[in-house]
Design a protein around this ligand. Structure first.
Ligand code: NAP
Length: 247
């Protein structure tokens, strides 16, 4: 890469976000490593990037809140410059069958997983439009497509992410900005480690590849989508799921 490009990854202290941040740094992006609670982990990610010769800074911010997102983008702009790559990775689960679901669990999942994508995308687009170049990569999920009992809130939020991805992709396709979603299947992380053993085994039986995915499996695809070589790919949902949802 000839010019200095900044990538902002939300929720990049742990799991998939961490792997995506490390992968983008390997591709010479300057990293804005967002975290909400995992301060130490986010600082560690930045330290690893710097040890490898890259540039990275941690930025605290709860991306489920519009006002915090505005402050986050202002801080990134001030410290590093405008992001030309945005990876909307932050996400949570609050599982429960719908009849027992608390309204609070519905709203917190929708805010963390979907409203966050809306807030961050809107902020990021301003400078991307000026630069006539941008890459927005949203973490959806295969369950947005196939559903999952006990995850009505999570599946609805991720289905919303897919609709948002395609709409914004259409709005900005002619301006050098691509918007794509990655739909991971079953990836080893804190999120899936917390599942009960029977649920994990049932999911594993549905994976033709016969193994759980790694955060790096997802990071490789994000790295490609962020690259100049992916300029003609937009509005797509790319499953990274070991064949779980092939049709
Ligand atoms: P994870 O290990 O639980 O990590 C979640 C990350 O999101 C953490 O870094 C957390 O940061 C961040 N986060 C949560 N709420 C936030 C908020 N309000 N503001 C800023 N950051 C926030 O999850 P993961 O497995 O890596 O998942 C990453 C993404 O992939 C999520 O969107 C998830 O839905 C999606 N996904 C995962 C799988 C899978 O199998 N693992 C499958 C499909 C889709 P803090 O610790 O700082 O709060």
């Amino acid at each position: 890469m000839t010019d200095r490009k900044i990538a902002l990854v939300t929720g990049a202290g742990r799991g998939i976000g961490r792997a995506v941040a490390l992968g983008l740094a390997e591709r010479s992006f300057v990293l804005a490593v967002n975290y909400s609670k995992s301060e130490k982990a986010a600082h560690e990610v930045c330290a690893i990037i710097r040890e490898r010769g890259g540039e990275a800074l941690p930025f605290q911010g709860d991306v489920s809140k519009g006002e915090e997102v505005k402050k986050l983008f202002a801080a990134v702009q001030e410290e590093l410059g405008s992001p030309s790559v945005l990876v909307n990775n932050a996400g949570i689960t609050r599982d429960g069958l719908i009849l027992r679901m608390k309204d609070e669990d519905w709203h917190s999942v929708l805010e963390a997983n979907l409203s966050s994508v809306y807030y961050c995308t809107r902020e990021a687009l301003r400078s991307m439009v000026r630069a006539k170049w941008g890459r927005i990569i949203n973490l959806a999920s295969v369950v947005a497509i196939i559903g999952n009992p006990g995850q009505a809130n999570y599946c609805a939020s991720k289905a919303g992410v897919i609709g948002l991805t395609k709409s914004v992709a259409r709005e900005y396709a002619a301006r050098g900005i691509t918007v794509n979603a990655i739909a991971p299947g079953f990836i080893s992380s804190d999120m899936t480690d917390s599942l009960p053993a029977e649920a994990r085994e049932a999911l594993m039986r549905q994976i033709p590849a016969g193994r759980a995915g790694t955060p790096e499996d997802v990071a490789h695809v994000a790295g490609f989508l962020a690259s100049p070589e992916a300029s003609y790919i937009t509005g797509q949902v790319i499953a990274v799921d070991g064949g779980m949802t092939m049709c």
